[in-house]
Design a binder for this molecule. Structure first.
Ligand code: F6R
Length: 259
C-alpha cells in the first residue's frame, strides 16, 4: 500500500489524474469509476487534459461501482446519469462503453451476477477509483459486508442515507437499497486508487489502512490487495499512525518506481 499525501484537494486530484492518464495513454484500458464527491476534482482535471492536451479516451471503457435500486437511469441522481454529467460528457469516452449495474432490473439478484460476468468478459478492471464513506464503506459495501462479496443488493445505513441526502431534495428521497460491486469484485481490479479529503474522512482512512482487517470496516479489505495507492490530503491523513514513514517513503521513492 502506498500513500500519497498532498497539501490541497487540487493536488490530490492532479495525482489521481496522473495515474489514470498513465493507463489511458498505454492503450485500451478498463477504468473503474466511482461517483460521489471524492473523485470529482480528478474527473475535472482529466476533462481539462482531454480538452487542452488531447488526452484520448477513445480506447477506454468503464465500469461503475454501484447504482441505486429503483431510481430510473434518467433521474439526475442515478449514478448512470451522474457519471455522465460529471465526467463522461466532457471526454471522448464512448457512453455505450460506460457500464453500470441496472438498478431498474426486475431481477436484481440476477443483475449482480450479470454485472460481475460483464466485468470478467471485459478482461477485468485495470484501475479502480474508490471513495470511502465515513463508516468505512467502499462502493456501497456497508459495515458487515462479506470481505469476499460479489455484486449484489445492499441496504444503506442511516448514516449513508444522511450523508447522501445532500444530493437529493430531501432525505426521504434517498433510495434505501443499492446494487454494488462486492468487496471481492472490487479486489479483482488490478490497481486500487483510494481518494479522500477532509477531516471527516480521517478516521475511516486510518481504520482502513492501519486498523484490523474486518468486515466492520469494509475498506480494510484494501490491505489484502497487492497494488493500492491511497491519495489523500493532509486532513484525511491526520489520524494515520505511520504518517511520518509514509511521507518519508514517498520523498525517497526511487525514480524508476511508478505509482
Ligand atoms: C460512490 C461510492 C461510495 C462513495 C463514498 C464516499 O460510487 O462508491 O462508496 O465513494 O460514499 O462518498 P463521497 O466521495 O461523496 O464522500
Amino acid at each position: 500500500m502506498e500513500f500519497v499525501i498532498r497539501p490541497t484537494l487540487a493536488e490530490v486530484s492532479s495525482t489521481v489524474a496522473d495515474i489514470v492518464e498513465g493507463y489511458v495513454r498505454r492503450g485500451p484500458t478498463t477504468l473503474g469509476l466511482a461517483t460521489g464527491s471524492s473523485p470529482l476534482g480528478s474527473y475535472q482535471e482529466l476533462a481539462r487534459r482531454h480538452r487542452e492536451s488531447g488526452l484520448d479516451f477513445s480506447q477506454a471503457q468503464a465500469f461503475l461501482l454501484d447504482e441505486y435500486v429503483g431510481l430510473p437511469r434518467s433521474h439526475d441522481q442515478s449514478y448512470f446519469s451522474v457519471i455522465r454529467s460529471e465526467f463522461v460528457d466532457y471526454v471522448n469516452l464512448d457512453t455505450e462503453r460506460v457500464h453500470s449495474p441496472d438498478g431498474e432490473s426486475s431481477d436484481v439478484a440476477a443483475e449482480g451476477e450479470r454485472y460481475d460476468a460483464a466485468i470478467a468478459e471485459a478482461g477485468g478492471v485495470d484501475v479502480q477509483l474508490l471513495g470511502i464513506g465515513t463508516d468505512g464503506h467502499i462502493g456501497f459495501n456497508e459495515p458487515g459486508s462479506s470481505l469476499t462479496s460479489r455484486t449484489r443488493v445492499k441496504t444503506l445505513t442511516e448514516q449513508t442515507i444522511l450523508d447522501n441526502a445532500r444530493f437529493f431534495g430531501s432525505v426521504d428521497d434517498v433510495p434505501h437499497h443499492v446494487l454494488t460491486q462486492g468487496l471481492g469484485t472490487i479486489g479483482e481490479a488490478r490497481h486500487l486508487v483510494m481518494i479522500a479529503f477532509g477531516e471527516g474522512k480521517a478516521e475511516a482512512i486510518a481504520a482502513a489502512a492501519e486498523g484490523p482487517l474486518t468486515a466492520f470496516c469494509p475498506a480494510s479489505v484494501i490491505q489484502l490487495h497487492r497494488h493500492v495507492t491511497v491519495v489523500i490530503d493532509e486532513a484525511a491523513a491526520s489520524k494515520l499512525q505511520l504518517l511520518d514513514y509514509y511521507r518519508y517513503a514517498l520523498d525517497h521513492k526511487p525514480p524508476w518506481q511508478a505509482f
